[in-house]
Design a protein around this ligand. Sequence first.
Ligand code: DSN
Length: 394
Amino acid sequence: MKDKQIKKLIKAEGARQKKVINLIPSENYCSADVLEALGSIFDNKYAEGYPRKRYYGGQTYTDTLEDLAKDRALKLFKLSADKWHANVQPHSGSPANLAVYLALVPIGGKIMGMTLTAGGHLSHGQKVSMTGKAWQQISYGVDPETEVLDYNAIKEQALKEKPNLIVAGFTAYPRMIDFKKFQEIADACGAFLMVDMSHFAGLVAGGVYNSPFDYADVVTTTTHKTLRGPRSAIIFSRRDKKMGEKDISTLIDKAVFPGLQGGPHMSQIAAVAVALKEAARPAFRKYAEQVVKNARGLADELKKLGWKVISGGTDSHLVLVDTWMNGKGISGKEAEAKLEKAAIIVNKNTIPGEKRSPFDPSGIRLGSPAETTRGKKEKDFRKIAQKINKVLRG
Ligand code: DSN
């Protein structure tokens, strides 16, 4: 590379990534093949539209590429092309969710999503996001005692509020989600059910987390978290589901393009296709199993050392820790900074029933995907927990 400044920054970031223990649950290390596709000459090509319906010439290879990515997406999650449709064009997770709302919820309508402090995402209708300005958020939380989902309370609220769409699938919720129960709730109030599986898509692909596909109308996912691909997103939608006379798949395609986006990033789509093939290999199943074992080891050891682990543990890749412990411990912001000095990267996070500010909340969020990619096992994660304990109590 001739640009010395950028070359230097890439080298420095590479060295930083090598040096630290990365416990950010939404990050991962994708393969050299994924990066090669991402940096490929497909980036030079405009391909507005969809395969065989483009607004530019020269689509001989882009059409084949996009078809292949869609086909691999369906195959990875064992979906038949008769029943499910995949759109691989969303640039990332928030635009993917926005496209679904634009397609299925009239402006001013109701989106029922989890509150930010309990583990919901900004794009699930929070006020500070466009999704909470164009639509009304009806927010649900977790049970204050158990810190897990209370499906009866969610149902009661849904029947009262009658949302147009319910979002399940969260950004800081460590436990298993019962998608069947969410479907029953959505059916009871006549709402669409959208599952945002961004955080646990790799675990679904690896067979270690409940699959939402038997129950949801729409499933969105980013591709760069547990799925270990490039930064991008996919929207899956049921072909047999309609809104009025129209198929929801067609409405969602139109919302992505021309509703929200221009040309798809074809190099990103090439990299997604590579990652989807990698995730279909038996080795990825082993990886997903190890991700959950490692997160459980981390949670268990932290508990033994006296830390308050939200909900008492984890069923996924993610562990949420209350470091504040009603003023007996330290804040999430302080914990994040102390750990970074010791080369452990985490992110400060709100906890259910949060009383502090999101800039200096009560907890930290930890995850196992990135370090599992680097080959760490449960015993290594127990050692990481001991190191965390020493740094935070030191
Ligand atoms: N930033 C992602 C996460 O960390 O969960 C979601 O957008």
